[in-house]
Write a protein that binds this ligand. Structure first.
Ligand code: GLN
Length: 532
């Protein structure tokens, strides 16, 4: 397709209706019809990116190949489409203002007054169109964060209005709202949808398609009523009913013909059905597992499961490959102590220690590693989880009692995990970690090599601290072996204990690369080990 079509997805009534999943599902359907599609998220907050946000505030920070720290919705986009996203796929108000203010300081505006309209909206529109002009996608789906009517979303909605005008037939707006069910009267209510469409109309934006989130089937009468009040065709009123898994949503959207409505609006041919065979194969396996397995996810943000979104989804993908459902037990590392670790972890078939920052909950994580190592329970350490494995080994096998990461204890006599050389003089926190994809060479005789089936791999990173190569020989001699090394810098990327059933610690984040179509080899191998 020579022209790029732009689809905007806005939300009304409440947040958390699943704009990201609707966007990803529509993208999946269009992709399955042979189109190239990308999805972009516009976030209305002032942080330049979510990298500096506490996971309690914002859930997981998702890292792209090119090292952008982004919103967790980008993880969904990748998991659905199996196509990497990049820096350009996540825009925040902070990043928009930053570039406009930098231009102003350079004198680029030639003495003019710099204003929200047109300067901020121009920058927003430039970022949206960039994905079409530079990367030439057939469809760019742009999800506008927040809810219409929010003060902070106004410049985005205004940009959508302008773009709809400029792009004419090549742009459309999908508005997602909620149709609540009132138990007392036994009715589904459309008024909140009517009001939220009115709010959008006040901003000059007429939605083309409405997607109504609901817990019950919508009748034709209800759809007709919404169509009448909101100036849309009745067939453009799409039901999005609650389902037990997000991976069911593309199928539901296909049943509701969301993709067909979009193609019709753009005047594009509707000649074939989307090819969803591999997707449906996955769903079948996911919904009918032959067995279940209990795995502990030990972390310090477990109260908010969004904080470990990509890890949880990786278990879903890799579980299906193993015909099994992973029963994840979210265990707070601060609750694990010397007296109870056996009781808490005793029934687990595998233990994953999660990524993280700062000393809170560290000792519980180290105890979990010790328990897995000593009892031959499959263990998977991810980023800080790998660092915990190294610290535990130093303390309990190498006899370095006070071993630690210099992140947790600056004065430790055994900094087995230490700050990377290149990080030593960095003072600013935003976007300054070792971020994004780096190569890693695997040792042939290792669990990791067996899993990947290749020697050179690429994985994504997000860290400042690293295995201290000063101790390499001691670790090797005692049985913890580096089996993955960065070929350019010699940084240790993977450690294993070959004598253990399955003990793998990775400095990178494999979870960012797991997708429905391409589950991550290490997660597949880990789950397999827990089943043996
Ligand atoms: N805090 C550790 C570091 O910066 C680990 C980071 C992580 O788990 N993502 O190296």
């Amino acid at each position: 397709m020579s022209t790029t079509r732009y689809i905007f997805v806005t939300g009304g009534v409440t947040s958390s209706l699943g704009k990201g999943i609707i966007s990803a599902s529509l993208a999946k359907l269009l992709q399955s019809r042979g189109y190239t599609v990308t999805i972009q998220k516009l976030d209305p907050y002032l942080n330049v990116d979510p990298g500096t946000l506490n996971p309690y505030e914002h859930g997981e920070c998702f890292v792209t190949d090119d090292g952008a720290e982004t919103d967790l919705d980008l993880g969904h986009y990748e998991r659905f489409l199996n196509v990497p996203t990049s820096q350009a796929n996540n825009v925040t108000t902070g990043s928009i203002y930053k570039s406009v203010i930098e231009k102003e300081r350079r004198g680029d505006f030639l003495g003019k007054t710099v204003q929200i309209i047109p300067h901020i909206t121009d920058e927003i529109k430039r970022r949206i169109k960039l994905l079409g002009t530079k990367y030439k996608y057939d469809f760019v789906i742009t999800e506008i964060g927040g809810t219409v009517g929010d003060i902070e979303s106004l410049p985005y909605i205004e940009s959508v209005r302008q773009l709809k005008w400029e792009l004419g037939h090549n742009a459309l707006v999908i508005h997602l709202t909620l149709v609540p069910y009132l138990k007392a009267s036994g009715e589904l209510k459309t008024k909140p949808t009517q009001h939220s469409v009115k709010t959008l109309l006040e901003a000059g934006v007429q939605p083309d398609i409405l997607v109504l989130r609901t817990e019950r089937e919508l009748s034709d009468e209800l759809r007709a009523k919404v169509a009448l009040f909101c100036n849309v065709n009745i067939n453009a009123v799409i039901q999005s009913i609650d389902v037990c898994t997000i991976y069911e949503v593309p199928i539901k959207m296909q049943e509701e013909k969301l993709d067909i409505r979009v193609l019709e609006k753009f005047g594009l041919p509707i000649n074939k059905e989307p090819d969803l065979k591999s997707w449906k194969d996955f769903l079948k396996k996911f919904k009918h597992p032959e067995q279940t397995v209990d795995i502990a996810l030990v972390g310090k943000y477990v109260e908010l499961q969004d904080a470990y979104k990509s890890i949880a989804e990786s278990f879903v993908h890799a579980g299906a490959v193993n015909n099994c459902k992973v029963n994840l037990h979210w265990i707070h590392s601060e609750n694990i102590n010397k007296n109870n670790f056996q009781e808490i972890l005793g029934t687990m078939k595998g233990i994953l220690v999660a990524p993280g920052f700062g000393h809170r909950g560290m000792e519980g994580k180290i105890l979990a590693v010790k328990y897995a190592r000593e009892n031959n329970i499959p263990f998977f350490g991810v980023c800080l989880g790998m660092q915990c494995a190294v610290i535990e080994f130093a303390r309990n096998v190498l006899g370095m009692e006070k071993a630690n990461s210099s992140e947790m204890d600056e004065k430790t006599p055994f900094p087995v995990i230490d700050i990377m050389e290149e990080q030593k003089n960095i003072l600013e926190k935003g976007g300054t970690m070792r971020l994004g994809s780096y190569p890693c060479r695997l040792t042939k005789k290792s669990k990791s090599f067996e899993a990947y089936g290749e020697e050179m791999i690429q994985e994504r990173h997000r860290h400042r601290y690293e295995f201290n190569n000063k101790y390499l020989e001691e670790f090797k001699n005692a049985g913890m072996v580096p089996v993955g090394i960065n070929p350019e810098t010699n940084l240790v990327e993977i450690v294993e204990i070959p004598s253990h059933k399955w003990f793998v610690g990775v400095q990178f984040h494999p979870e960012y690369r797991s997708t429905v179509i391409n589950p991550h080899p290490l997660f597949i191998s880990f789950i397999k080990a827990t089943l043996e």
